[in-house]
Write a protein of this length. Structure first.
Lengths: 291, 268, 291, 268
């Protein structure tokens, strides 16, 4: 079955307005499925709850900047060494964005529980001394360890309705290869009811078959494949191109003002289709990256 | 974490920058039988680990969280913990494995930490300043800091030594230090060893064994004890004698700059 | 640090007599760390409890045949299409071997819990209708799901004291590459306090470094590396050689009699060192495999 | 499981063996939107899946548990589910991932099962016959059979159709079928669909929708209803009309033998 769809059709078909839990893959400014994220912004699909990997970045920031996110479950949204994420920060500070406080352990083990149909994810003893779970009673509970009688922390399973995940390559059936770091993208894909993959290129199955055990996502988990070379821009795509720090610094400069994030969204996303956006980014400095 | 308050180095161009001195201070605290892990924006501890491996601790293991390269070998060092270059390493594993192993409690012996706020007992906060529901500053989030409760030694570093960062009590406890001091620390019965050192642009601190409060160990070249006390938003324990932080040797600096060949730490 | 040890020294140093929980890697008749297992037999180290992957095979059978195993936690011991495992079967039937009944889900998720310091492993709803947990009250408990209030099954974490695991290659620091299938060997290595690796060959670190994320075991988990080319015989070593079905059929024929398993142990294991054993197995049919 | 009671095929050499007929019967029950999983000693269902993909269900997915090759393409088919050759596939994943996904309940739609004992309600037992503490026959163990509770359709196959295998109630319930019938099945509230078919050397059976007991569907060539009844250790539901099992077409046999080029099923 050929699962390759256009960017427009993949998002229109699989990311419904008001989606309950939308997960975005990638970690920090790497392997963010930005073409899919931008298309969600263009189509204006509202997100009841957004879930990031342990470290969300421009993927979450852009959706928040576009005003589409009601709540976010995350353990980090920021631009790492480049600074804080302005739209995330401002929306959290003024209360317009509800933040479900998570930590790395819960996001990882919660997704694992989602992938496995496990009723919940007990967490290591000691994690209960942090304030994280007290700030997020919806996602965390105390439970009695039936083997020792001690009270331990447990997280609710994370079952994204849709996951937007980047992979380097996939075949038309959705068998995909992760180049470079995995982050938690494989686990996220296993946990989600629907997986929309953004890839640098679609390749014959024979290319996927050459990769060893442990480096791929099997196609039976994947619902749509969208080929967008350069589509992680301005974040990096491992094996293909690096972070466009200049672009992100321009965003951060623009976003210093309260209207900046929306202005960016209008100019760079709503104002142009994906092909035009990527074309416009082929500046001399980053030109090779999108060749 | 964001490191916006970096103190610039006033020394001669050939001498170590403050950040370079800090890397040496961190490296000094690593042992050959350690397995260290670090996360977001961790160029400084990564360079410290490579320096330690190149000098006194060749058998040290370290994992650059994010990509999870194991003993990444690259020069130049990179500012992002998720950079693909960190896969130029002995090997690399999925992040989900590293997160899993962080919980085992006996695999990683050193965890590097930091915070928007760091308090007198070494608790760290990357989440929010003020009331969490309507914070005056919303930080990025706590990432893996709750695991500090289970790790052998926590090494805290920050480029911001000022009273906003060093507070009596964190507004949000994300990364546990010695909690509220000896009684609460004992009651919690944690398997981790707690914070072992705090390295800042002004000084290196440890913890008082009785009160479990931060205690000045050494002051960096040109810094006075008074400056440290003024820059710290809580009463830091000051021993009678506070020696100067040992200067890095020329060999250490040469090795460090060979690793940090893009000079990430040089101007800071 | 050079972790390469001789077969003798690795077992003597790391597999203590009366070891509490010894795990053996591999699955069915593939990637069984047989050289390490044979050395355990030669040194006569008794095992209080043996843990297999979801499908134990000759690894478990030989230790049972040698009379070293008090209890076994397993979801399968057999020779797959070749038949039942005679020593396992007979010892379980006459009560001399206590079997802690497990299933594949518990072994996998229990090891995962061990690797993560997770207090226990809740299992998917519905698994409680099987008799497995009722037969093994030590390993399984019912626990209330704190999010739904329903009672679900939970398994105790599996924390092997020692895991014997095969990998194709490792460097002297213990960084190892799995060739072929992973089975649950990576999880087993992550869960164990001590990992003793059996490899086909020791290679420079640069060889390990070429392998992608997801295919290796990091050396900081590994305590000893033992180089035994051909050491999985008579089981297969993925990437290196196949199952020696003739040898196994001879074992099964011999083991048909009650004294057969012990006779095999005396003749093939206690009666010769590993080098002699492997030398003797270089029959024409399988000669290339051990070249 | 061990398949020691294989009924040899008395037909002409060119005709299908019993095992080949069974593979075709299993293949017939697979759909293009299925994701099937199978485990130990599963040459028969693997061949059935490849046959289905080559004929009416090209979009079928199947995972050979053990190696966890996804849609393994090999000819000759291999007898072990952990054979390295099964990695000659579209892709392959770690077994731990497959075990995880088996629990999700909405990924795998078909699970192949079998047993030392199979009972009237389709429950399977690979653990022990008699008292578990001192069994008259200790089987290998239950592997992943408890997951049957969560999967869409269970397809049961066995090479042993005799009263020792087909019993009124399994001595050890490892792989749940319809439990003790309609009341207990309803009370359990399982998400899985239960057993859908049972394919043996004598016949193909389904389940009576009222009693959830095994019900004869078709008898294989040369087999009488009486023979099935005699070989079954419980009262199988026999409808008024029991048609013969459809014979495989020449095309099916040709494709099947192209896959099973070592003839694993040919002589059985």
């Amino acid at each position: 079955m050929n699962k390759v769809l256009s960017l427009h059709d993949a998002v229109e078909r699989h990311v419904l307005d008001g989606v309950g839990l939308l997960a975005v893959g990638g970690m920090h400014l790497h392997n963010n499925p930005m073409a899919l994220v931008r298309e969600v912004v263009r189509q204006g699909q509202r997100i009841r709850r957004l879930l990031t990997s342990p470290c969300g970045a421009f993927n979450a920031e852009l959706l928040i900047a576009a005003g589409l996110v009601e709540e976010i479950a995350t353990s980090y949204v920021g631009f790492e060494h480049l600074g804080l994420a302005p739209a995330f920060r401002r929306s959290a500070e003024d209360g317009s964005l509800r933040v479900l406080e998570c930590d790395e352990a819960y996001i990882t083990h919660g997704l694992n529980a989602g992938a496995g149909g496990l009723p919940f994810a007990p967490l290591p003893a000691g994690l209960e001394v942090s304030d994280v779970w007290k700030a997020n009673p919806e996602s965390f509970r105390l439970v009695e360890d039936p083997f020792t009688g001690t009270r331990v922390l447990a997280g609710a399973p994370l079952r994204p309705d849709v996951a937007l995940v980047h992979a380097a390559e996939a075949d038309t059936a959705g068998n995909a290869v992760l180049a470079g770091a995995h982050f938690v993208d494989r686990v996220m894909a296993m946990a989600a009811r629907t997986v929309v993959l953004q890839v640098e290129r679609v390749v014959p199955t024979e290319v996927i078959s050459r990769h060893p055990v442990g480096t791929t996502i099997p196609g039976f988990l994947v619902h749509a494949v969208v080929e967008v070379p350069g589509g992680c821009h301005p974040t990096a795509s491992h094996g293909h191109y690096r972070v466009d720090e200049d672009h992100l610094r321009r965003y951060l400069a623009l976003a210093g003002g309260a209207e900046g994030p929306r202005a960016y969204v209008e100019q760079y996303v709503r104002g142009s289709g994906e092909a035009d956006y990527l074309q416009a980014q082929r500046a001399p400095a980053s030109g090779e990256a999108f060749a | 974490m964001s490191q916006t308050d970096a103190r610039t180095n006033g020394g001669a161009p050939a001498g170590p920058s403050i950040a370079e001195l800090m890397a040496v201070e961190l490296a000094r605290r690593l042992r050959g039988d350690d397995v260290a892990v670090m996360g977001t924006a961790s160029a400084l501890p990564q360079i410290a680990c490579r320096l330690a491996k190149a000098t006194h601790a060749p058998d040290l293991w370290f994992v650059a969280g994010g990509t999870c390269g194991v003993n990444p070998r690259l020069a130049p060092a990179v500012p992002s913990c998720c950079d693909e270059d960190l896969l130029r390493a002995d090997t690399a594993v999925p992040l989900s494995d590293v997160v899993l192993l962080e919980g085992r409690g006996d695999v990683f012996t050193v965890f590097f930490s930091g915070g928007l706020q760091i308090d007198a007992h070494g608790n760290c906060n990357l989440v929010s300043v003020g009331d969490r529901a309507r914070p005056s500053l919303r930080g990025p989030g706590t990432v893996g800091l709750p695991f500090l409760a289970r790790v052998g030694r926590v090494l805290i570093y920050t480029m911001a030594h000022n009273p906003r960062t060093f507070v009596e009590r964190v507004d949000f406890l994300g990364g546990p230090g010695f909690l509220d001091g000896p009684a609460s620390w004992a009651a919690a019965g944690l398997t981790g060893g707690g914070p072992a050192a705090v390295v800042t642009p002004l000084c290196t601190m440890g913890f008082d064994s009785q009160t479990l409060r931060m205690r000045l160990e050494t002051v960096h070249p040109g810094v006075t004890v008074h400056e440290v006390v003024e820059a710290t938003g809580f009463e830091v324990v000051v021993p009678e004698v506070v020696p100067p932080t040992p200067l890095p040797t020329d060999e250490q600096i040469a090795i460090l700059r060979g690793i940090d060949s893009d000079g990430l730490l040089k101007g800071r």
